[in-house]
Design a protein around this ligand. Structure first.
Ligand code: AVJ
Length: 322
């Protein structure tokens, strides 16, 4: 597509103020409090995430990019020609670029991305260098059902691309539900290519979510800034602190915003009291062992049919099929 055609094809399902407000009210009313990490990604949040990926401590992005570069040819052989690639949480599209350039005659590309700014930037960058691929962008939350746009040319099959260990941001049962939804999207002869961060030294993992420059802390706090702007809440950004700790038994980073004092926050006319030291979970980043991941896939009716690994630091790509 041309950039113009890609923009014309855009489907807009971006969460509106009411949907965001309902999700935040639910999260503030639960015990312990927990806000959905998908709302990190407004324009500024996506830009901060890109900055995280360039921090020396944050190993996942550069490791996965290198892995994709090294394996792209092999992956292209395994998945076959004329695919419709559907990407969940496509962000900047840097990984997609590597994949699409390696695939044989890909027919169409559907990035589903909650951050409109990130989506428009990625399409503007990708479309000119991939003119033979029909770009069918969707701005929306990929955890809600999305009607896939139909390409003009018939694809051989669908490939769901889900890199970045974004699966790790989902609690166990939600991750299985998402894998099941992916199985529906790909159809009986489809596939999914999923990036997963693998369990490793806890100190290395913890450092990746506590970079010395403080970009991750800024990224976490930006959640409150965007909520204040978009749903009219009154979170005091100086009243909360970023904390990210790795739980070895749960194999996950637990990122929290910790209230620095007793305080009251208002959302949509409702008041919420925070105690000093009270922690509100804002993100999980699960790390996986092969056994845990294969089990989750199986619970969703999928099998691991190929795998590619980076070592030191460990990171994996898994091909799943029904
Ligand atoms: C969205 C999965 C790529 O969980 O590692 C990075 C988001 N949060 N630093 C992750 C994130 C804090 C990231 N992914």
């Amino acid at each position: 597509s041309s950039v113009r055609d890609a923009m014309d094809a855009l489907t807009d399902l971006q969460p509106d103020r009411d949907r965001i407000t309902a999700d935040i009210l639910r999260g503030l009313s639960s015990t312990p409090r927990q806000l959905p990490s998908k709302y990190f990604y407004d324009a500024h949040g996506s830009a901060l995430f890109e900055q995280i990926t360039r921090q020396p401590e944050y190993y996942p992005t550069r490791t996965e990019l290198q892995l994709l570069q090294d394996c792209a040819h092999d992956i292209a052989k395994v998945v076959g020609p004329r695919l419709h690639v559907v990407e969940l949480g496509s962000g900047s599209g840097r990984k997609t670029e590597l994949l699409l350039h390696a695939l044989r005659e890909p027919v169409a590309y559907t990035p589903i991305e909650i951050s409109r700014a990130a989506l428009l930037d990625s399409i503007t960058r990708l479309a000119p260098s991939l003119p033979d691929i029909e770009m069918l962008p969707v701005c929306g939350d990929f955890t809600h059902p999305v009607q896939l746009p139909s390409p003009q040319r018939e694809p051989a099959r669908h490939l769901v691309f889900f890199p970045g260990s974004t699966l790790g941001n989902f609690a166990h049962d939600d991750a299985i539900a998402l894998l099941k939804a992916m199985r529906e999207t790909m159809g009986p002869d489809g596939m999914a290519l999923i990036g997963i961060d693998l369990h490793k030294d806890a100190a290395l993992i913890e450092a990746a979510y506590n970079d010395a420059a403080g970009v991750t802390a800024e990224f976490t706090l930006n959640l409150l800034r965007r909520l204040n702007r978009d749903i009219g809440s009154d979170f005091d950004l100086d009243g909360f602190r970023h904390r990210a700790r790795y739980s070895v038994p749960r194999l996950r980073i637990e990122t929290e915003l910790v209230s620095q004092r007793a305080q009251r926050v208002h959302v949509d006319g409702q008041a919420f009291e925070f105690a000093e030291g009270e922690a509100m979970t804002v993100e999980y980043s699960h790390k996986y062992t092969d056994a845990v991941f294969a089990r989750m896939a199986a619970d969703a009716g999928l099998q691991v049919t190929a795998h590619w690994n980076a070592t030191d630091p460990a990171f994996g790509l898994r091909l799943l099929q029904p």
